[in-house]
Ligand binder design. Structure first.
Ligand code: PRT
Ligand code: MG
Length: 211
């Protein structure tokens, strides 16, 4: 049996077409079913639904043989124990710094001011500002980073942006692009050895589906 970890929402939705072109049909719809383990049309392949930020952990410890996770989540996890063979080029967005309209970010950076930055992505934010030589106090949040600068909790945020409409709706402006983000296939290194044949076939099928 091969177990593939996916998260509900955009990663599940955008992985489905790749699975389909690899000949794999998921037999249950997670938006209507409450099941956490979904069978597929291939008796030897099943999908487990986990929280997006838990995908790398499931794969690292062998709760799943492979999984699909955003580069953002993968970097924050650290990637220990994970083989990363493939950029699936789905769920694309970018990691950016945003500030309220009217806040002089460039000026603050030039003057060497200490910036208070709210984010879910502590590791990415820490590295980015360290490389830039900007002193920051990072505030860890788990949701709605956009609210932080509007309430005085922080002066800036580090968050994902895709269309930009969330920033726009909250009077925030993107001032830096930190990195491009897409979803990656991550594979348990032990599974790659123990289930070599089946894993290779599935990884090759993903690779063909992407290109
Ligand atoms: O929701 P939960 O806390 O369970 O987990 P999650 O937020 O990590 O999961 P999910 O499904 O929302 O995101 C999974 C992955 O999708 C992320 O790790 C990214 O790699 C990728 N992705 C692609 C995005 C976006 N685009 C995206 N736009 N993840 C989040 N967003 C959010 C962003 O944080 C912001 O709040 O959408 C908002 C901005 O969108 P725009 O279109 O208004 O710019
Ligand atoms: Mg989300």
């Amino acid at each position: 049996m091969i177990t593939l970890a996916l998260s509900k929402g955009r990663i599940f939705d955008e992985t489905l077409p790749l699975l389909r072109s690899a000949g794999i049909e998921v037999l249950e719809d997670p938006s209507t079913s409450r099941k956490l383990i979904l069978p597929t049309n291939q008796p030897s392949v099943r999908v487990v639904l986990v929280r997006a930020s838990d995908v790398p952990t499931y794969v690292q410890y062998g709760g799943a043989d492979l999984g699909v996770t955003g580069l953002d989540t993968l970097i924050e996890h650290g990637g220990a124990g994970l083989y990363q063979p493939l950029d699936l080029k789905i769920a694309r967005c970018r990691m950016s710094v945003a500030v309220p309209k009217g806040f002089d970010y460039e000026g603050a950076v030039r003057q060497g001011s200490r910036l208070k930055v709210a984010t879910k992505y502590l590791s990415i934010a820490k590295d980015f500002f360290a490389t830039k030589g900007v002193h920051v106090d990072l505030v860890k949040l788990y949701g709605s980073m956009e609210l932080a600068p509007l309430t005085g909790l922080a002066q800036a945020i580090v968050d994902l942006v895709s269309t930009g409409s969330t920033l726009l709706a909250n009077d925030l402006i993107e001032v830096e692009r930190i990195m491009e983000v897409s979803s990656r296939l991550v594979v348990n290194q032990g599974a790659l050895v123990l289930k070599r044949q089946a894993m290779r076939e599935l990884m090759d099928a993903f690779e063909r589906a992407v290109s």
